[in-house]
Design a protein around this ligand. Structure first.
Ligand code: 8YV
Length: 315
């Protein structure tokens, strides 16, 4: 039997590509690069392989009448129109859990980097400025108040790590989680007003767009540090730049941005901001686990079994 046609809407990770090409006829980004070739193959495409940042709107799904499954290599799938997939009977899978540790590690790393100014300290030594005198004093993280926006699996992994730093942990989420020992605040503003550090780890998408706005930043205050390891869309980036430039917010650690891979020059110009290029899950071990899960979801589906990790809406 011939291999099923698969559309890779993003360039597949090198850890996933060999598995895909062994099992599918892979058409890489044809919908963007070659409309005629895409039109020729569209009627028989049975699977999509995507990354966490991929956009799969209803219009693309509608062009693929034979589509059965969309496999996202990422926990976030806010670019996928799941409702449209559901209407067309298309399964959507993602890769939760296997990246919890890495994303939580990075959140703690960005908190420490922003509080203790580690990138600036590194530059200070390399640029030979030490002999002229010490660096300015930084901010203490241990024992400080941490607010977590989004108390899902990654939020809880961040809380566990923060507890080892003796931090006082509170959170906001759609609802309070009675099983957790942390203080719940009903809104991001209420949480920010009681926090020294605010870490954002809630899903992206329409429901959380601009959730962290000027009001939240003002509540966090001139000594506060904002860390975003979720999606750029969750933080109002223009308001963030404005708050930092005016000293209304103390600092930030950012792994995600509104228009990746483009980062505004005004953000790059701010010394109190630590920047990372969306590397929350970017270790070899975790990306391999994500690639394997993304592939195994496809494998299970085409073996006539239920995929391992459908998105919550399709469970
Ligand atoms: C990746 C991510 O950026 O899992 C997510 O939601 O944002 C990431 O881990 C990526 O999609 C890896 O393919």
């Amino acid at each position: 039997m011939s291999q099923p046609d698969l559309l890779a809407v993003a360039k597949p990770s090198p850890l996933l590509a060999p598995q895909l090409t062994a099992a599918f006829r892979v058409h890489e980004r044809l919908h963007e690069t070659d409309p005629a070739a895409f039109a020729a193959v569209a009627p028989t495409v049975r699977a999509i392989s995507a990354s966490g940042e991929s956009k799969i709107p209803a219009a693309l799904i509608a062009q693929l009448p034979a589509l059965e499954i969309i496999s996202v290599m990422g926990v976030g799938y806010d670019g996928v129109d799941v409702a449209a997939a559901k209407v067309q009977g298309v399964m959507v899978t993602h890769t939760p859990d296997v990246l919890n540790d890495d994303v939580a590690d990075l959140a703690i790393g960005l908190m420490l980097c922003a509080a203790r100014q580690l990138p600036a300290a590194d530059r200070f030594v390399r640029e030979g400025r030490w002999p002229a005198g010490p660096m300015p004093l930084a901010r203490k993280m241990s024992g400080a108040r941490l607010g977590i926006v989004g108390m899902g699996r990654i939020g809880q992994a961040i809380a566990l790590r923060a507890a080892a730093f003796g931090m006082q942990i509170a959170y906001t989420a759609r609802s309070a989680k009675a099983a957790l020992p942390y203080l719940f605040h009903p809104t991001p503003v209420a949480l920010a007003a009681q926090s020294d550090f605010l870490v954002v780890i809630t899903p992206g998408g329409a429901g959380t767009r601009g959730l962290i706005n000027a009001e939240v930043m003002a509540a966090l205050g001139p000594q506060g540090i904002l860390v975003n390891v979720a999606r750029g869309s969750v933080v109002d980036e223009a308001a963030l730049i404005d708050a930092l430039e005016r000293g209304l917010l103390g600092g930030a650690g950012l792994d995600v941005f509104e228009n990746e891979p483009n980062v505004p020059d005004r953000l790059k110009a701010l010394p109190q901001v630590v920047l990372a290029p969306h590397i929350g899950s970017a270790t070899t071990a975790t990306r391999q686990a994500m690639a394997d899960l993304a592939f195994n979801n496809l494998r299970e589906h085409f073996a006539g079994r239920r995929p391992l990790s459908p998105v919550p809406e399709l469970r």
